[in-house]
Write a protein that binds this ligand. Structure first.
Ligand SMILES: Cc1cc2nc3c(=O)[nH]c(=O)nc-3n(C[C@H](O)[C@H](O)[C@H](O)COP(=O)(O)OP(=O)(O)OC[C@H]3O[C@@H](n4cnc5c(N)ncnc54)[C@H](O)[C@@H]3O)c2cc1C
Ligand code: FES
Length: 284
């Protein structure tokens, strides 16, 4: 087994060279969405911060940026992937024992240190719950460090609810408030119907001591950030995770550039204060 620090040093020195991992388990989470548990062949534990991402290689097909969705404190390296194109489809079709390339972790993650001592509002839309899950594990695993924790989660339909059993187990806890909504549902759905911003109007918070972490489709994040500002949370305390096309993930190729900002190197997590002017800049 390679010591953890040695493996991390190798990745820092050779950021374009993937390490090899094998799929340990593959689970179907929602239509077109699979979760892969990976094991690095060098046996090292994969150290990362909540909100960071890896470049995953489907050999012979290509690479894609995928956030880590597991528990940063323990367990295997976990990624949750929606099959939208050639690379993501190939990744989601990998079965147990098959090899996969892993470069990373990259980027600046969720503001876990800034959140200490404050109330934390986590807002996820659809697959956006995957990059937020490591932050939720950290918030719940080190519960005494944070104030009130709230998760607002919106999915398109009940069958799109990600990590359903886990969301239900969080909902049963007394130390986190969980509110779930779907955009559309049949008569058998007993929960809330409406976009995730409708949950924000009934949110009870002390805005001055709150911090928000938001991930989902870009338009959803923009509306959520504005609704959180209406509640009194400052734009500097609202953090969003951005997606752009990525190639190198280390600030060299310019594929992910948004104005003067490189999403891979400077983000993917940014405050709304920083992103707001950039969201009006046309993608390069
Ligand atoms: C920092 C970061 C973290 C990411 N984390 C995840 C993650 O945890 N899980 C995950 O599944 N994806 C994640 N993505 C998105 C993923 O990298 C892209 O979906 C990737 O481009 C897929 O590659 P592809 O070759 O399969 O499809 P492409 O050929 O790149 O795209 C195929 C088609 O799908 C569309 N498309 C691309 N991305 C998306 C998307 N996100 N949603 C809807 N349509 C899309 C494209 O416009 C195109 O029409 C992340 C991206 C970034 C930048
Ligand atoms: S992906 Fe190359 S600069 Fe960001």
């Amino acid at each position: 087994m390679v010591p953890m620090s040695e493996a991390a040093d190798f990745q820092r020195a050779q950021p374009m060279v993937p390490r090899i991992a094998h799929v340990r388990r593959r689970r179907h989470d929602a239509p077109d969405v699979w979760t892969l548990e990976l094991e690095l062949t060098d046996g090292a534990h994969f150290d990362y911060a909540p909100g960071q991402f890896n470049m995953l290689t489907a050999f012979g097909v290509g690479e894609a940026a995928i956030s880590v969705s597991g528990d940063p404190a323990a367990g295997p390296l976990i990624h949750t992937i929606r099959a939208v194109g050639p690379v993501s489809r190939a990744l989601t079709q990998l079965g147990p024992g098959e090899p996969i390339g892993v470069r990373g972790p990259f980027g600046a993650g969720w503001p876990m240190a800034q959140a200490e001592g404050r109330d934390v509002v986590v807002v996820a839309g659809g697959l956006g719950l995957a990059p937020l899950r490591p932050a939720l594990y950290r918030l719940l695993g080190e519960r005494a460090r944070y104030g009130k924790v709230t998760l607002l989660f919106g999915a398109r339909r009940p069958e799109d609810i990600l990590f359903r059993h886990e969301v239900e187990s969080w909902r049963a806890r007394f130390d986190i408030d969980v509110d779930v909504t779907v955009d559309h549902a049949g008569s058998d759905w007993r929960g809330h119907v409406g976009v995730v911003t409708t949950l924000i109007s009934r949110l009870e918070i002390e805005p001055a001591k709150s911090i928000a972490m938001v991930c989902g489709p870009e338009v959803m994040m923009r509306f959520v950030a504005l609704a959180l500002m209406d509640k009194g949370i400052g734009e500097g305390a609202i953090y969003l995770s951005m997606e752009r096309n990525m190639k190198c993930a280390i600030g060299h190729c310019g594929h992910c550039q948004l104005g003067p900002t490189f999403i891979c190197r400077d983000g993917p997590v940014f405050t709304f204060a920083r992103l707001r002017p950039l969201l009006t800049v046309k993608e390069l």
